[in-house]
Write a protein that binds this ligand. Structure first.
Ligand SMILES: [Mn+2]
Length: 314
């Protein structure tokens, strides 16, 4: 499959690389790394990596403005379904390739490479670059490292396999990856977010069966001077709470009149519940969007029931 992907990259002079909305370091780094690798290998091609900008991750690299090319190849990274593709009008392209590590949702590309056992889209791009004649350099290697480190929450998850560590090791042998220089690019946060984290810690409620949840409404976001995206990104900071194997943030997004729900878990499959509420994701990291707090609390209740059933089974 990597050879087929490479063949298409070689064939097209205009290549647009897209990724999911609500950008995170894996989506951003995989698209910038693949763009820079294709540019390095084929300096005469037009290659752009598009999507809405990100202030938080601005220091990672520059996103390109969307250009409508004729006869273009679209490569969608880290995105399982068409409605979550950021900016690119998918149907405008001659040929479409998807490279993803999310559980399969729908087919919308001509060629789809999906491996949901992988830690990150960046890990798949690492393999791709090692398998075909696409070039790499220190900067590209650093981007790929950041995506793997970020999506695996610094190698916490079982998606990190011997193959992940072998790839990281290979890249560290071949390229200069400066860990102390790159971690601040993905982990530096404003003091307001740290203070909001304190608010969530103090206000998290825990259901009978161990679902921790916090509602971060618009007033709270205003009080702590954070936006809804920043508030939603807090979720990964609440792992390893004793007696709380599932934890949830419910963030009001007043601009879109919705509540964004982020769910994380240890050892509990939570994406199926999220799918019932206009969402989905990985088995231990998923999300949903609902219109009201009541719907969000109903999702929390479903997760609580799930934990209750698991307790009864044991
Ligand atoms: Mn990812």
């Amino acid at each position: 499959m990597f050879n087929e992907i490479y063949k298409r990259i070689k064939e097209y002079n205009n290549i647009v690389i897209a990724r999911h909305i609500g950008v995170d370091p894996d989506a951003l780094c995989s698209s910038l790394a693949l763009r820079d690798s294709i540019r390095l290998t084929f300096p005469n091609k037009n290659v752009i990596a598009i999507g809405s900008g990100s202030q938080k991750f601005g220091s990672i690299g520059n996103i390109d403005k969307y250009v409508k090319y004729d006869n273009a190849l679209l490569i969608v990274l880290d995105t399982p379904d068409k409605r979550r593709v950021d900016t690119a009008i998918v149907d405008l392209f001659d040929y479409k390739i998807k490279i993803d590590h999310h559980p399969f949702i729908e087919r919308f590309c001509d060629l789809e490479y999906i491996d949901d056992n992988k830690s990150s889209a960046c890990e798949i791009i690492m393999e791709l670059l090692e398998s075909v004649d696409l070039k790499c350099n220190d900067e590209i290697a650093e981007l790929l490292f950041m995506g793997v480190a970020s999506d695996s929450n610094r190698f916490l998850f079982n998606t990190c396999t011997s193959s992940t560590f072998r790839l990281i090791s290979d890249y560290m042998d071949k390229y200069n990856i400066d860990l102390e220089k790159l971690y601040p690019k993905i982990y530096t946060r404003p003091m307001e977010e740290v203070r909001l984290q304190g608010y969530i810690s103090l206000n998290m409620k825990v259901t009978d069966n161990g679902v921790g949840y916090a509602v971060i409404d618009n007033n709270t976001q205003a009080e702590y001077k954070v936006d809804s995206a920043a508030a939603g990104n807090m979720i990964n900071n609440f792992n390893f709470i004793d007696g709380v194997p599932v934890w949830v943030t419910i963030t009001e997004d007043i601009r879109n009149s919705i509540f964004r729900i982020s769910v994380r878990s240890r050892g509990v499959t939570i994406n199926k519940v999220c799918e019932k509420y206009n969402g989905g994701g990985h088995i231990h990291a998923a999300g949903a969007r609902v219109k009201t707090v009541d719907e969000a609390l109903s999702l929390v209740n479903d997760l609580d029931k799930l934990l209750g059933e698991m307790k009864n089974d044991n």
